[in-house]
Design a protein around this ligand. Structure first.
Ligand SMILES: [Zn+2]
Length: 254
């Protein structure tokens, strides 16, 4: 099975899983790029996977269903138009015609019912974990997002993470402000800058790299906790408090 990136909007990725002439679209925020791919490659749409209800992730569903009626898998705990199979924590998604199955992980925080799909060494996590960052807390609490990120961080370190936005470079700027002495982060800054200068995606990335460079996964590291504490000017006694302070800092970071 191959995984292709389609660009959408300013900085979204629609991920296509492909086996032979069948594809599955993950978070098609718009239909046009997927329909173009279907036409150019003479492939069939077999299913759609959705992580959460935001329009830049599911806005293309209606257009794709018009072209080809297929099953749409989406989060059980939020309302998303077009979803035919609602999924939640522990469900296994078997994709029609593809040698792939995915385990559903509930990851509330960015939205209340956000889910991620994990299988074949790949994680599709929408707007939860980004390259060197994480999603904003639109509906959930810091506690929820912290617990969700902790679940993802516990997946095998060689997991390839397919998030839905190209935010890595600007996230790295923030990460360097938090943890300027992190050599792995400096190395990542250089390699991602080179990728982006060549107009190549920085996604997917390995979970192991996130664990070494993403401040939101490093709340128990002394340098990160210390920076968050100095910034918020109060002692922070737990991982979730450090996480909440980092998230607030990032919200206003320019
Ligand atoms: Zn979103």
């Amino acid at each position: 099975m191959d995984i292709h990136a389609l660009r959408a909007f300013e900085d979204n990725y629609i991920w296509l899983l492909r086996e032979g002439r069948r594809i599955v679209a993950v978070d098609p925020g718009e239909a046009a790029p997927v329909l173009r791919y279907i036409e150019e490659q003479s492939v069939d749409l077999a299913a759609i996977l959705l992580t959460h209800h935001h329009g830049d992730h599911c806005g293309g569903v209606a257009g794709l269903l018009q072209h080809q009626p297929v099953h749409v898998y989406g989060p059980a705990h939020e309302a998303v138009a077009g979803v035919s199979i609602a999924v939640g924590e522990g469900d296994i998604v078997e994709l029609p015609g593809l040698p792939a199955s995915f385990r559903v992980i509930d990851v509330p925080g960015h939205t209340r019912g956000h889910v991620a799909y994990y299988g074949q060494g790949a994680l599709f996590c929408g707007d939860t974990l980004f390259g060197c960052g994480c999603g904003r807390l639109f509906e959930g609490t810091a506690q929820q997002m912290w617990a969700s990120l902790s679940k993802l961080a516990a997946l095998p370190p060689d997991t390839l993470v397919y998030c839905a936005h190209e935010y890595t470079l600007s996230n790295i700027r923030f990460a360097l402000a938090v943890e300027p002495g992190n050599a792995a982060l400096e190395a990542r800054a250089a390699s991602v800058a080179a990728l982006r200068a060549a107009d190549r995606p920085s996604v997917p990335f390995q979970l192991a790299v996130e664990l070494e460079t993403n401040p939101f996964l490093r709340c128990s590291v002394e340098a990160v906790a210390g920076a968050a504490s100095r910034r918020s000017d109060r002692p922070l006694s737990s991982g979730v408090e450090v996480f909440a302070a980092l998230r607030e800092w990032k919200n206003v970071f320019r």
